[in-house]
Design a protein around this ligand. Structure first.
Ligand SMILES: Nc1ncnc2c1ncn2[C@@H]1O[C@H](COP(=O)(O)OP(=O)(O)O)[C@@H](O)[C@H]1O
Ligand SMILES: Nc1ccn([C@@H]2O[C@H](COP(=O)(O)O)[C@@H](O)[C@H]2O)c(=O)n1
Length: 512
């Protein structure tokens, strides 16, 4: 079945379809370590991608561009399916594609994760190499399909991890989130129509059967705790017939057939080029769209502006005054932030709650009626508002999202996420110091939605917003509550709020 060419295009039908833990202390270090903010294909100078390593987990940087449109709707991830016999080189090809793509927003999902959990009897058979792991019934296709679907939609997923030496899932799972490209590999990845429909490009790794057996013997003995006799027995009884019955017939679905696996650089480069073309077709000029959208429309009903009392106006006057020094700027912005958060908390759901007073009388009061509350700040300026949140909420859990503007494209890019665990049922106070076009706020809201937070449970809280930013957020996410102390009319050509505060982060941190 091997062809002598580098790669054959099967039916020439390449798909043209458009495709956590607790808050971490090391964000500042992570930001400092970040060396490359953007990478573009075909740049002549190849800069190393930066990967932030915290003491807890590795967080990928090198900014993820927007994966949604101005309506906040997701652009699906591009999914590459890799099929082929056992030890044909699927994993190796996947790793080479990731290397060739050369950007970090790629995740690899293996069908191994979806081997069914064995009964004690089945486990005993597996130990004697008598259990058939090469039959369709050995896989949990339902979970596999559901997981791949969620990943394609940009949602976060929890993946079981498989241990071939014990024939069982490991205790720990792996969280995958936020990929522009998903590579899905496995012996049965083309077998079910439901799975095939999720694949934008199907690649069959076609390696000679003698070579596959030789590799499998080496691998299973050195890495999977097997012996020579056992591997040969399992191969002849299950692996070889399964290849003929289930796997080889799926070659007809492949868009590309790759002979020789990972050594086939021409094929790998072609695949990477195709993925680049697909991703480039989906790029949008999101920030410039947002900056000019919906000017002059009535402000949305989800906008809540703190009452403009003389006290609030007085603080604004000091903050907007360019002659205000850093000490005063910090002091008065902290005052305003506390007022803002007290106001924001009053918008959370409450229910009646009766207590008994020290005088043995009843007081009919109210209390927060949500499941949980957490704060998420949009770095860097959003970090300045965290202390004010802590001063009005006790024991609140905190997350951080770092979004930076790519100076080449003017687009926001996602560099770092750390959201509290089990955030999906929480009300989330999403904080930034200011909101101009709304591009960063939209990205952060999209991240929360991808972590299954309910749109109606998000409060975007910011000291100052531009009208256009309010419109952009409200248009894309009509259920998000928007809370601020003032809305300014204009943005200048650099997307700065006019009249505004100037660069809030620089004035607050003294980095002007
Ligand atoms: N081109 C190659 N030459 C030699 N060994 C290879 C080659 N490609 C893969 N291997 C080895 O063969 C084994 C199976 O490869 P892998 O990529 O894991 O295949 P699969 O994912 O299809 O089972 C691994 O031990 C790998 O290191
Ligand atoms: N407990 C298990 C589970 C699976 N296998 C074999 O793994 C092969 C699939 O993995 P590849 O990396 O080779 O694609 C499959 O052929 C099963 O026989 C196993 O030996 N033990």
């Amino acid at each position: 079945m091997n062809s002598s060419t580098n790669c054959s295009f099967n039916e020439r039908r390449l798909s043209s379809r458009s495709n956590s833990g607790d808050a971490d202390d090391n964000v500042a270090q992570a930001v400092a370590n970040m060396s490359v903010l953007s990478r573009r294909r075909n740049t002549s100078v190849s800069e190393p991608l930066s990967v932030i390593r915290t003491n807890k987990r590795a967080i990928y940087t090198a900014g993820r561009p927007p994966w949604y449109n101005e309506q906040g709707e997701l652009k699906e991830a591009f999914v590459i399916g890799l099929s082929g016999g056992s030890a044909s080189g699927k994993t190796t090809v996947a790793e080479k594609i990731i290397e060739a793509l050369d950007f970090p927003w790629v995740v690899l999902l293996s069908m191994d994760s979806f081997y069914k959990v064995l009964t004690p009897e089945q486990h005993e058979m597996a130990e004697k190499n008598e259990y058939n792991f090469d039959h369709v019934d050995a896989f949990d296709f339902e979970l596999c399909c559901e997981t791949l679907k969620k990943l394609k939609q940009g949602k976060s997923v929890e993946i079981p991890m498989y241990d071939f030496t014990t024939h069982a899932r490991k205790k720990e799972t792996k969280k995958l989130y936020g990929a522009n490209v998903v590579i899905f590999e496995g012996i049965m990845s083309f077998v079910k129509a439901e799975l095939r429909e999720l694949l934008d490009m199907k690649v069959f790794v076609d390696t000679d059967s003698d070579e596959r057996l030789a590799r499998r013997l080496r691998r299973d003995i050195t890495q999977r705790g097997r012996n020579l006799q056992g591997v040969l027995h399992q191969y002849n009884k299950f692996v070889k017939p399964a290849f003929e019955q289930f796997i080889e017939p799926t070659l007809q679905y492949a868009d590309i057939v790759v002979p020789r696996g990972g050594t086939n650089e021409v094929a790998i480069d072609l695949i990477a080029q195709h993925v680049y073309t697909q991703l480039e077709e989906r790029n949008l000029n999101l920030r410039s769209h947002l900056a000019h959208a919906q000017i002059g429309q009535p402000l949305p009903s989800t906008l809540h502006v703190l009452k403009s009392t003389p006290q609030v106006q007085g603080i604004h006057t000091i903050l907007r005054d360019c002659s205000t020094g850093r000490d005063d700027f910090v002091f008065y912005s902290k005052r305003l932030m506390r007022l803002l958060f007290e106001f924001a908390l009053s918008l959370l759901p409450h229910e009646p709650h009766t207590v008994e007073t020290p005088q043995n009388t009843i007081y009919d009061g109210r209390r927060f009626s949500g499941t949980g509350l957490c704060g998420v700040s949009i770095l860097r300026a959003g970090e300045t508002v965290e202390p004010a949140l802590f001063s009005v909420t006790k024991d609140i859990r905190l997350g951080k999202i770092l979004i930076q503007t790519n100076l080449e494209t003017s687009e926001p890019e996602l560099h770092y996420i750390r959201v509290p665990r089990k955030i999906s049922e929480d009300h989330v106070i999403l904080m930034d110091a200011t909101v101009a076009t709304g591009a960063a706020a939209m990205m952060a809201i999209r991240v929360l939605l991808d972590h299954d937070v309910k749109e109606e449970n998000i409060l975007l809280v910011s000291l100052l917003m531009a009208e256009t930013g309010v419109h952009s957020v409200a248009y894309a996410f009509p259920k998000v509550q928007i809370v601020t102390t003032a809305v300014d009319k204009h943005l200048n050509e650099d997307y700065h709020i006019i009249p505004g505060f100037g660069n809030f982060g620089d004035r607050y941190f003294g980095t002007e």
